[in-house]
Design a binder for this molecule. Structure first.
Ligand SMILES: [Fe+2]
Length: 210
């Protein structure tokens, strides 16, 4: 069950330095305590004066932006997207040694992309070609078909039955302190900290929910 207003800042499921050397402690701290916390606060501030919206879970708000008053629609789109995307991103990373896909998602990646290496290459292309700030995603549709897409700013893939499985934050704040302008190096290293058990769960859950 997803939470609704007032939204809270969730702790990271690991220490700030847990993803070293791939993602550094300073970046994780600033990302979580600074950027993510601000999205939560701004989302709550926007919804405060609209009690009719307080019972609605975040994914439902983001899937149905057209139900929101125009005065807060963009604020919820940007900050609500920021909350949803970052919680998913923080939760699919983990300090692990085994970093290859596992379970049903491993089979699905093989059948859709030919091999894990080919998947990585296509995912990296999507993340590199997202101009400016945004996200790269592995998503699936209601039929379980996998796609690699990217979205601008804090937009989410939560529309048209598209289910986000694996997000990658390619805003500069996610990598600039360590990698400067070398987004490609950040992406290559990020593949080392993906928690494929979690991705497999995200994939299987979406198949059950459909
Ligand atoms: Fe971010």
């Amino acid at each position: 069950m997803h939470e609704h207003y007032p939204f809270t800042v969730k702790p990271l499921p690991y220490d700030y330095d847990a993803l070293e050397p791939y993602i550094d402690e300073k970046t994780m701290r600033l990302h979580h305590e600074g950027h993510y916390r601000t999205y939560v606060n701004e989302l709550n501030k926007a919804l405060k004066e609209f009690p009719d919206l307080h019972h609605i879970p975040l994914p439902d708000l983001l899937e149905n932006l057209e139900i929101l008053p125009l005065s807060i629609r963009n604020t919820v789109r940007n900050n609500g997207g920021g909350v949803f995307n970052h919680e998913l991103y923080f939760n699919v990373m983990k300090p692990i040694r085994q970093n290859k896909p596992t379970g049903k998602i491993a089979d699905a990646i093989k059948s859709h992309f030919g091999s894990y290496d080919n998947f990585k290459s296509k995912f990296k292309d999507a993340a590199l070609s997202r101009f400016g700030s945004g996200w790269a995603w592995l998503v699936n549709d209601d039929n379980g078909k996998l796609y690699i897409i990217s979205t601008p700013n804090q937009d989410t893939p939560l529309h048209a039955g598209i289910n986000p499985i694996l997000p990658l934050d390619v805003w500069e704040h996610a990598y600039y302190l360590k990698y400067n302008n070398r987004r490609g190096e950040y992406i290559d290293n990020w593949f080392n900290v993906i928690d494929w058990n979690k991705i497999n769960q995200n994939y299987q859950k979406s198949l059950i929910l459909k």
